[in-house]
Write a protein of this length. Structure first.
Lengths: 156, 192
């Protein structure tokens, strides 16, 4: 993670030299984004801490690990399609899941469905595109997410 | 990301709702320590570990995303979107996606606006598809938490899959045309 720290400090320095006012506004925006995501992030971390205590890593690996098969993918797709977790909170969650033995393919399915398939946002979406297209877009995206997950599972 | 909530103005009721579970959790951990509930103490320790891990690099990520947001002019890209059809139009749409963040529900108003600006149905659905894979602020987080290899492979595989999906929806468009519209209620206003 040293790369990230160095990249950020360098960008911040360059930005400060070029335009101080803009830099301050950028940092303010960062703080605002962080405060917006903080409640969901903390909630996710609480849930993961409790969840990992109830389901030890060995069990989790069995359910969502490399050898878990179709059940793991189906579970990840279902949760990803329904849950409304902001991306800024979802990635830390995925990082923790990977550390505890969840396979990369399943994480890919979860992330992709989380961002592409929205069961709860379907009413909103059909206001824009009509129910027919909204349904098709979600169904095709679900299939696409599973496909991406399977391919990722082969490579990682 | 486009939330214009000012800093430093607290709405206590919404704070309690948002942080409710975390507060309850804090009480539970304090209780576990007072009464010697060992599993509770272990949960508290792993939570502290998670928080420290996040605190180590989340500030860097958010500052990077904030700087990106302020320096990269989305408005300029917006001006080009919808003009070109074919591969050029698709490329502008993908470029626009890369500059964005936020949930998919925030992408619908933008998609409707693209449609109004004369984007082809194909490009509108490429926009929605690319939204899952190519947002640079999100990629910062993805690389940070899941690594370069994961990010690169997912982007590489996602792109053709979602271009294919856009093509399929585009086909069904021709069979039974419909109108894409901005809903009357403006609580889903396009924010760029």
């Amino acid at each position: 993670m040293k790369v990230l720290a160095v990249a950020t400090i360098l960008s911040l320095a360059v930005s400060l030299v070029v335009d101080r006012r803009k830099t301050i506004e950028g940092v303010r925006r960062a703080a605002r984004m962080f405060l917006n995501v903080l409640p969901s992030l903390l909630t996710v971390l609480v849930l993961v801490a409790v969840f990992l205590a109830l389901v030890p890593p060995e069990r989790l690996e069995k359910i969502l690990g490399i050898g878990s098969g179709p059940t793991g993918y189906a579970l990840a797709a279902a949760i990803g399609s329904i849950a409304l977790i902001p991306g800024f909170a979802a990635y830390p969650l995925c990082g923790l899941l990977i550390q505890n033995g969840v396979s990369y393919g399943i994480i890919a399915v979860f992330i992709t469905t989380l961002m592409m398939v929205g069961v709860l946002t379907l009413p909103v979406e059909s206001k824009f595109f009509g129910l027919r297209i909204a349904l098709w877009r979600n169904l095709l995206s679900l299939a696409g997410a599973l496909l991406i997950g399977f391919i990722m599972g082969i490579f990682l | 990301m486009n939330d214009k909530k000012p800093l430093g103005r607290w709405n206590w009721r919404s704070m309690v709702v948002q942080y409710g579970l975390s507060l309850l959790f804090l009480v539970f951990i304090a209780w576990s320590h007072t009464f010697g509930f060992v599993p509770g103490q272990a949960i508290g320790r792993s939570f502290t570990l998670f928080v420290l891990e996040m605190a180590a690099f989340l500030p860097f990520m958010f500052v990077l995303v904030g700087l990106f947001d302020i320096w990269v002019p989305k408005e300029k890209v917006m001006r080009h979107v919808g003009k070109g059809s074919g591969i050029l139009g698709t490329m502008w749409v993908i470029l626009l996606v890369m500059l964005q963040a936020g949930p998919l529900s925030g992408a619908f108003p933008v998609a409707a606006m693209l449609w109004k600006k004369g984007c082809t149905p194909f490009n509108v659905f490429v926009y929605l598809g690319a939204f899952s894979a190519l947002k640079i602020p999100m990629l910062t987080f993805e690389v940070g938490f899941l690594g370069w290899k994961f990010s690169l492979l997912r982007t590489l595989f996602s792109l053709p899959v979602f271009i294919l999906i856009a093509a399929v929806i585009d086909r069904s468009f021709r069979a039974a045309p419909f109108v894409m519209k901005q809903p009357e209620q403006s609580n889903y206003k396009a924010t760029i």
